[in-house]
Ligand binder design. Structure first.
Ligand code: FMN
Length: 345
């Protein structure tokens, strides 16, 4: 049965996009300290890897990160349903199906963006997953693939997945080009926000989240006049200050004083716990590069982080104390600097 009935579309008002090698559990823990309301997505997990591999390792997350959506890749309905059930049992809040990734690896596995050409199969996957779990099943896709990118084709895909039980549609406002790299696919196909708005108008009952190229909270507010939610990837990752303002600007939460040094000190217990489990410190702290983005001292901070990340031997506590000391000094620094946006790999 569709889970759309009973969901609260405001839960998708601001989402941080799934990003391989970026939105891992350590990033999500940090992101949750910055925003109570943001909806966080895992990196894509391939359903077959989950079903046949080390599910405990692939699914592990800290309850503090909740709500977290698990993004799955795959096109075998039975395998996806099993993987979705595992995600639900682990405590994820949503299962999202990736119908937009254009990498060679996913094309060989017949999932991701190439599924845009197979709406019937996507609908079957959604229906089977939806039957297997109580939590919402959602779809993240693009406007089209290669020459198959007309609005009627997109409408047909959306109508079939909605009928199959898709609770929320996340639309990256570009088509996918299968002969280009994933990186090129995030820049070359033009953004067409108006086509996402048109889908919202054609499917008024289906909550729609718009994604692609959104850089600021002011832009988010403009999109939110048209659709239920916005999803930011690179900007949310690269600019932690933007994430720190989401609750106040988009959810009307009371303003909270924000100190980057205080944030890092507050992560101390988490870092110590993970390091005690054998996680290298650099796997956690590499996500802190987005602190001071576009503000005085950004370069000095990134330089310090870059040179100290490799020194795992010194221990978590001294690393955190030193990082906090530097950030506190930079918070009062007069040096002005603008930094480029994240160049994703
Ligand atoms: C490094 C990187 C990894 C990504 N990995 C995934 C992924 O695992 N699943 C997915 O659906 N999209 C993935 N994406 C695409 C993002 O979710 C998002 O759709 C895209 O970056 C456009 O949003 P943005 O302009 O706000 O970054 C990735 C993007 C980047 C930059």
């Amino acid at each position: 049965m569709p889970k759309a009935i009973g969901i609260k579309p405001e839960d998708w008002r601001f989402c941080v996009a799934p990003m391989m090698q970026y939105t891992d559990r350590h990033y999500r823990y940090l992101a949750r300290r910055l925003s109570v309301h943001a909806r966080l997505y895992t990196e894509m997990v391939v359903a077959s890897a989950l079903v046949r591999g080390d599910a405990r390792h692939l699914l592990a997350f800290d309850t503090f990160e909740r709500p977290v959506a698990l993004q799955l890749g795959g096109s075998d309905p039975r395998e996806l349903a099993l993987a979705a059930r595992m995600g639900e049992d682990f405590g994820y809040a949503e299962i999202n199906l990736n119908v937009g990734c254009p990498s060679d690896r996913v094309q060989a596995g017949r999932f991701g963006a190439c599924l845009i050409a197979e709406p019937g199969l996507v609908a079957e996957c959604v229906a089977t997953m939806s039957d297997a779990v109580q939590i919402p099943v959602t779809v993240k896709t693009r406007l089209g693939v290669d020459t198959l990118d007309s609005q009627p084709h997109l409408e047909s895909l959306v109508s079939q997945v909605a009928a199959a039980g898709c609770a929320v549609l996340i639309l990256h406002a570009r088509k996918a080009l299968l002969n280009f790299s994933p990186r090129a696919n995030r820049e070359i196909p033009p953004l067409q926000y108006e086509r996402v708005y048109a889908i919202k108008q054609a499917f008024p009952a289906l909550p729609v989240v718009i994604n692609g190229g959104i850089q600021s909270l002011a832009e988010c507010s403009r999109h939110l006049a048209e659709v239920e939610g916005v999803m930011l990837g690179r900007a949310a990752y690269a600019d932690l200050d933007l994430l720190a303002r989401v609750d106040e600007v988009l959810f009307k939460a009371a303003p909270k004083p924000f100190s980057e040094a205080g944030l890092i000190e507050g992560l101390g217990d988490y870092v110590e716990r993970r390091v005690a489990e054998g996680v290298p410190l650099r796997h956690i702290a590499r996500h802190w590069a987005g602190l001071r983005q576009g503000r005085p001292g950004a370069r000095a901070w990134r330089h310090w982080l870059g040179t100290h990340l490799t020194r795992d031997g010194s221990g978590a506590a001294p690393f955190i104390a030193e990082a906090a000391r530097l950030l506190r000094a930079l918070e009062g620094s007069p040096e002005g600097e603008q930094t480029p946006a994240l160049r994703a790999s």
